[in-house]
Design a protein around this ligand. Structure first.
Ligand SMILES: C[S@@+](CC[C@H](N)C(=O)[O-])C[C@H]1O[C@@H](n2cnc3c(N)ncnc32)[C@H](O)[C@@H]1O
Length: 218
């Protein structure tokens, strides 16, 4: 079991003993997810799109980003096909203790954790969910993605997930013009994204975090 922590906005996060990392910013898990993945990454594309938006998430983790994407799809009545990879899944018992459903007024977190792997699940008329139990390094896709939530643990903890090769591979299963958002604005991350074929821009981060990144596949 991971350890549950309470972040500054009152939302829960988990602490991974395996990686010595928390799953979200201590300044606020929900605030971070909404700011970076939903408002900066997903909403602008989803609002404009007349077709199903394919979203790829690196690291399902607690399921918070996926739950918020599902909520936005239903709210806007726009279709999302959401794929998440996760190599070290959170236990359902543990996910059931997280306070995201009450904070977002949105049910469904447990379903994200209990549905079967490697199968498409139509969780609502607007949200189809698929999760792959694999290392990102071994993932490939026949779908091309429009939005990428890049939510790996910190580059210091997992440098192998922030390399030129990784972002080149991700670019290979992304549409031209696809948007990748991530919380890390470190120099090595920017350089690896550029080497992978993305144009990178810094944006204001949530709370006291100065910058996050939004990258566009060229
Ligand atoms: C920062 S957390 C993700 C947080 C998540 N997006 C959320 O909304 O809670 C990073 C996740 O990546 C997973 N992970 C670590 N190494 C991985 C790898 N090589 N391939 C796939 N998943 C990995 C971890 O188990 C963890 O769940």
């Amino acid at each position: 079991m991971e350890r549950i922590i309470v972040t500054e906005d009152g939302s829960h996060s988990l602490y991974s003993d395996l990686f010595n990392q928390q799953y979200h910013s201590l300044q606020g898990a929900l605030t971070e997810s909404l700011h970076i993945y939903i408002e900066l990454g997903l909403r602008p594309i989803l609002e404009e799109s007349a077709i199903t938006v394919n979203v790829f998430e690196m690291g399902l983790g607690t399921g918070l980003n996926a739950l918020l994407a599902w909520q936005l799809a239903d709210e806007l009545k726009k279709k999302i096909y959401f794929t998440s990879v996760e190599a070290f899944p959170v236990l359902a018992e543990e996910a059931s203790l997280l306070n995201y459903e009450s904070l977002t007024n949105r049910e469904g977190l447990l379903r994200l954790h209990t549905v079967s792997w490697a199968t498409d699940h139509e969780l609502s008329p607007y949200f189809t969910f698929r999760k792959e139990h694999t290392l990102l390094q071994n993932f490939s896709s026949e779908h091309l993605f429009h939005v990428i939530f890049y939510d790996a643990f910190d580059p210091r903890a997992q440098p192998e997930l922030w390399t030129d090769e990784i972002f080149t591979k991700i670019a290979g299963y992304s549409h031209d013009g696809a948007v990748l958002v991530t919380y890390s604005s470190k120099g090595i991350v920017k350089r690896a994204l550029v080497a992978g074929g993305f144009q990178v821009k810094r944006h204001k981060g949530p709370g006291r975090k100065t910058h996050v990144l939004k990258a566009v596949k060229l």
